[in-house]
Design a protein around this ligand. Structure first.
Ligand code: PNS
Length: 159
């Protein structure tokens, strides 16, 4: 069974994430989507909500496992015998940090990182930008899976 992981914060999942996950799903038997918990960051969505939104958005792919993990990504990989981390690269500006993480991760445990060029339609897209635009009433529905957009509109209205 060929396995890979798409790790991230996914607060919330965007169409850019979905594009990378969908492409990984065509290359691997099982793609694990790992919500890496960062205790110093308070998310707009709870981890359980993020899991549910990702499950719904990826349900049609048929080979996606979604879970949250508290700890190092390399430990997540080791425990599940995952040899490859998939990360999207939106622009050159992503590269420095991504290269650092990839080199750290291979040094820690031998797990490889494969970079996938983001679809240019989403090269400007990030969860934080989507949240900022939506906070001020901007329409981001074309950038998010429908259920995520609905959840975002509702969450911001509750505030
Ligand atoms: O969606 P993001 O915030 O760009 O994802 C970053 C993420 C979660 C992949 C990265 O911060 C991570 O791997 N965190 C888990 C803790 C860890 O392994 N840190 C060392 C990375 S070299």
């Amino acid at each position: 069974m060929r396995r890979a992981v798409c790790p991230g914060s996914f607060d919330p999942i965007t169409n850019g994430h979905l594009d990378i996950i969908g492409r990984a799903a065509k290359l691997y038997d099982v793609v694990h989507v790992a919500i890496m918990i960062n205790p110093s960051k308070k998310g707009l969505f709870t981890v359980e909500e993020r899991i549910e939104l990702i499950r719904e958005a990826t349900a049609d792919y048929g080979n996606i496992e979604v879970e949250a993990f508290h700890g190092l990504l390399v430990d997540f990989c080791k425990q599940r015998e995952i040899p490859a981390i998939i990360r999207g690269l939106r622009a050159v500006s992503d590269f420095d940090y991504e290269l650092q993480m990839a080199q750290m991760n291979i040094g820690l445990s031998g797990v490889e990182t494969l970079f996938v060029p983001t679809n240019p339609t989403y090269s400007f897209l990030s969860s934080s930008l989507v949240k900022e635009v939506a906070t001020w009433g901007g329409d981001v529905s074309h950038l998010l899976p429908p259920a995520v957009n609905a959840a975002l509109v509702q969450r911001l209205a509750e505030r």
